[in-house]
Design a protein around this ligand. Structure first.
Ligand code: MGD
Ligand code: MGD
Ligand code: SF4
Ligand code: MO
Length: 883
């Protein structure tokens, strides 16, 4: 290592794959991060979000100091205010009037502290988390069936399987490193078949031998029919059913009533009969089957049943806990699993214990008021806030004004609460705007602790940077409040290692093999041992000192009688779509993370998809008069958004349905919080909202001009009818459109620019405006507006923000937007890692690079993280079919 260089191994803060990341600091500079070769989740690979981590660490927009009603204050004042308010609310209204709302992005130690304070010392279980929106149904289904919230398998199973069934998962974009492992597995094992079950044809389908583009919500019917088919064709593992399970007969009976034959099934699921038959045969004939599922399953009104219908299939065939055979629900957030372990959800207590074990937890914590019954789940929790019953609400590490269903109602709810506290790293999220007290949290790279990934693997997050301003780790903030409420002993930790130790001891407390979650083997680690702790899959105990890959291979389950339970699930038909409405499906894109507070900082990530959009089937676009690339207004009785319309002429979108990404907020777009359109329907068992479903109407959003604004400074909300904010590597960039007079809009934006610093081109008759602001020879801003011209080429203008002094020729060219002479534009960036644009790629295809590999060899695109390979293949396919 070079002089002044330090290396830290830590874990990626994004998705539940939980990749190891190695960070090198050279003279206090963070070098581009790499994957940790020895980490068993990723073996050195990183996806595009992971590899852009170092680009998100600057302090722009960071929340630096505690504030009360917008005024800076000291930690002491803020913490005392919170402790006093909680104490007062408890004494006047009881503990049920206090609530916490956390996230699967808190570290286990943070989460443990918050859960202990609420469920042990405040005395209610009103601590819920955004995991309610994410994997509550998966957790509920495991508990119903296996007796515990235990993920049976591991990532290696993906490589050992002969059949991978991906249900409601767009792993290519949402779990890219696991997707790459699947891609590699298929290369190594030509017999491996991949089936994708998703109403949309996503990038994940690139790997599919079979894609079932089912009618949304018909999964349970499909899996019930499959169970009946397995029975009819003699494919059940009768010995396993007999020895290790119960309730099979009634479950099969219910499943058999699902549909009558393939034709009926094809009709209900709106899929091809032959495809269904193929899928059923493959499932019947393949012992090594992994069913990998995510939000298309969980975020449904019947999410728990859907998940159980999958688990039923695996129990019926004995395909659980065996190499290459298991149901594998995949978690989204880096520490969704850790949240489940500490009891972050309102219906759990701690360390996989339920409220019937409250006494055990009380004795361990020596706590005065351990909650004895479940608290409010997210949707109900915010309803109670709105009803004025919750007087104190503390939101940590999540942005519910964007991510909750009926997001405008959540906004209104917060305005009814006596005290809203928000802990976040960022100052200006949609949710921080509603807080009375803001607490600056230390972010990734600044804090220490652990996270657990989708295969139960606990990994260390290690800090390598100081926190800016007065930001502090969440566990510290929470324990300070605990101390100030009078519980000095219970919250006296000085380091997360002590919290982890307590967490491990609680998991071991009076366990004796009765509970799946057991970290007894990690009790009593020294600080050094904690710091050096390698990634390990729980449980870690005397029987499994190095962790356990798979559960249930021994046929033992954590139900009272040790048998797994089949769950009879009745498939409900999806609701009728009202005439004139479209079914809105929502989800993720490749390069943004949730509400974008971190990924929007990386210019590279912003390029892949720069605007909020809706994918339309061409027939629907025609019906509603929507043009590809035009703006569309989506609305219903709850809200409205305006996004870019993409007309999917490649068959990726089913008719009558649209897809809208979840990411854009009021910070990044004029009107794009799609959560405002979704109602509060949720699963009766898990309480997980049906976030994949809303009925909306669509109409063109007509504008008379469009254009862009580039600026050295962040201009905040732009004030035009439509705008979207993006960072570029040199400046801030707004896409904008409007109906008002474009010249007047430009004049308002330029109001503060001294006239002698302004270059102007204006053709008011044609609505054509170009303005540039140059100060001391440096470019400060440009505004380009036009009713119709294609203003997409702008990379040259962006580069000018890097010039200390504009060249004379460039000044002349400024309002042309391109250098005098030619200057090629790369087009839309497809490969973020190597900044390879669509135009460059199409040109290379034209010149004979007719596969993703050939493109990689010529342009390097797709050769680092590989996330863009499906798109490269798509471009090749499209170009070749055109030719
Ligand atoms: N790039 C990126 N990656 C992420 C995240 C991110 O924000 N950005 N977030 C992380 C988090 S927290 C999560 S939870 C995961 C989510 O990961 P995924 O669940 O894979 O992602 P989504 O895009 O939410 O939804 C997956 C698919 O469900 C499909 N679907 C909708 N309705 C149905 C249905 O009725 N049946 C079936 N079978 N499918 C349906 C959708 O069309 C969609 O393609 O991603 C994680 N990874
Ligand atoms: N319609 C629709 N809605 C959805 C979904 C969907 O598919 N469709 N998906 C749902 C799912 S699965 C999820 S997981 C949620 C995600 O939704 P959210 O949790 O609301 O989204 P994030 O942007 O991840 O919010 C995390 C916040 O925590 C802050 N933060 C980051 N690190 C820290 C830290 O260490 N400490 C503290 N205190 N703050 C920190 C970030 O700046 C950010 O403001 O959205 C849900 N909502
Ligand atoms: S797949 Fe990408 S986002 Fe997910 S943990 Fe790995 S590097 Fe991070
Ligand atoms: Mo999630």
């Amino acid at each position: 290592m070079a002089k002044g260089t330090a290396e830290t191994s830590t874990t990626c803060p994004y998705c539940g794959v939980g990749c190891g990341v190695t960070v090198t600091m050279t003279d206090e500079q963070v070098e581009p991060v790499c994957g940790t070769t020895s980490h068993p989740a990723n073996f050195g690979n990183l996806c595009v979000k992971g590899s852009a981590l170092h680009e998100t660490l600057d302090h722009t927009d960071r929340l630096l100091y505690p504030t009360i009603k917008g005024q800076r204050t000291s930690w002491d004042t803020a913490l005392n205010l919170i402790a006093d308010k909680i104490t007062q609310v408890i004494s006047t209204h009881g503990p049920e009037a206090v609530a916490f709302y956390g996230a699967g992005q808190m570290l286990t130690e943070d989460y443990y502290a918050a859960n202990k304070l609420m469920k042990g010392f405040i005395g209610s279980a009103n601590m819920d988390t955004n995991s309610r929106l994410c994997m509550a149904s998966a957790a509920a289904s495991y508990k119903r069936s296996l007796g515990s919230d235990t993920v049976p398998g591991c990532y290696d199973d993906l490589e050992l399987a002969d059949l991978l069934v991906l249900v409601g998962s767009n792993a290519a974009w949402a779990h890219p490193i696991l997707f790459q492992r699947m891609v590699a597995a298929k290369k190594n094992n030509p017999d491996l078949k991949v089936v994708v079950i998703d109403p949309r044809r996503t990038a994940t389908c690139d790997l599919a031998d079979l894609h079932l583009a089912i009618r949304p919500g018909t999964d349970t019917t499909l899996f019930n029919a499959l169970l009946a088919y397995l029975d009819e064709t003699g494919a059940l593992d009768l010995a396993f059913i007999e020895d290790h399970t119960e309730q099979f007969a009634e479950t099969l009976e219910a499943a058999s009533q699902a549909v009558d034959g393939f034709e009926a099934l094809a009709e209900i699921t709106d899929t091809d009969l032959d495809d269904l038959q193929t899928f059923f045969e493959w499932f019947r004939d393949t012992d090594r089957t992994v069913t990998f599922y995510s939000q298309g399953v969980n975020q449904s009104k019947d999410g728990t049943d859907k998940a159980n219908s999958i688990i039923n299939l695996h129990l019926a065939t004995g395909r659980i806990g065996k190499p290459g055979a298991c149901p594998l629900s995949i978690t989204g957030q880096p520490n969704a699993m850790g949240g489940r372990e500490v009891g972050g959800l309102a219906n759990q207590l701690a360390a996989h214990m339920d409220f019937d074990q409250a006494d055990r937890v009380r004795r361990f914590w020596n706590a005065p008021a351990v909650a004895t019954h479940a608290g409010l789940k997210a949707v109900d929790l915010f309803d109670e806030v709105k009803a004025g019953k919750i007087k104190f609400l503390w939101i940590m590490s999540t942005n519910p004004l964007v991510s909750m269903p009926d997001a405008n109602d959540v906004k209104e709810a917060l305005s009814h609460c006596e005290l809203v506290v928000v802990s976040d790293c960022m100052a200006n999220t949609d949710t921080t705007a509603m807080a009375h007290v803001l607490l600056p949290a230390a972010g990734w790279g600044e804090k220490n602790g652990t996270v657990t990934n989708s295969e139960r693997r606990i990994s260390r997050q290690r800090g390598f940077l100081p926190s800016p301003g007065e930001a502090m780790p969440d566990w510290w903030i929470i324990s300070q409040v605990g101390q100030r409420m009078g519980y000095e002993d219970a919250f006296s930790w000085e380091h997360p290692a002590q919290i982890f130790d307590e967490h491990a001891r609680l998991s071991a407390f009076e366990n004796d093999g009765k509970r799946d979650f057991d970290l007894s083997g990690l009790v009593g680690m020294s600080r050094d041992e904690y710091d050096a702790m390698p990634p390990v899959q729980w449980p870690v105990n005397a029987q499994w000192p190095r962790g356990r890959k798979r559960f249930f291979d021994d046929g033992h389950f954590y139900t009272r009688n040790g048998r797994a339970r089949f769950i009879a699930v009745k498939a409900e038909l999806p609701p009728q779509i009202q005439p004139g409405h479209l079914l809105m499906n929502t989800g993720r894109i490749r390069d943004h993370w949730h509400t974008m507070t971190r990924t929007a900082k990386s210019a590279r990530l912003a390029q892949h998809i720069a605007e909020p959009y809706a994918d339309f089937h061409p027939d629907d676009a025609r019906t509603y008069g929507i043009r590809d690339g035009g703006l569309v207004r989506l609305f219903n009785e709850r809200g409205a958004i305006v996004v870019r319309a993409h007309v999917a002429s490649d068959g990726r979108q089913r008719q009558g349905e649209i897809f809208v990404p979840m990411h854009w907020t009021d910070r990044y777009a004029s009107l794009a919080r799609m959560g405002t359109l979704i109602n509060k329907d949720n699963d009766p068992i898990s309480g997980q909202p049906a976030l994949k479903r809303a009925q909306v109407q669509a109409e063109p959003f007509n504008v008379s001009w469009k254009g862009f604004v580039l600026s050295r400074d962040d201009l905040g909300p732009l004030g035009s009818d439509y705008w979207v904010y993006n960072r570029t590597s040199t400046c801030h960039m707004y896409e904008t459109s409007g109906n008002s007079d474009p010249a007047a809009f430009a004049t308002t934006l330029a109001a503060s620019w001294p006239e002698h610093e302004v270059l102007r081109f204006s053709d008011p008759k044609n609505g054509h405006v170009r303005v540039a602001h140059i100060r001391d020879g440096r470019l400060e801003s440009v505004i380009f507006l036009h009713p119709s011209a294609d203003l997409s080429a702008r990379s040259w203008l962006q580069e000018r923000f890097d010039d200390e002094q504009l060249e004379f020729a460039d000044r002349l060219a400024l309002l042309a937007g391109r250098p005098l002479g030619a200057g090629a534009d790369k087009g839309k960036i497809i490969c973020s890692c190597f900044q390879v644009g669509e135009k460059t790629i199409l040109e290379a295809i034209h010149n004979g690079c007719e596969s993703a590999d050939a493109l990689g060899a010529a342009l390097k695109c797709g050769t680092n993280c590989g996330s863009c390979i499906p798109e490269l293949k798509g471009l090749v396919g499209k170009a070749l079919s055109k030719a």
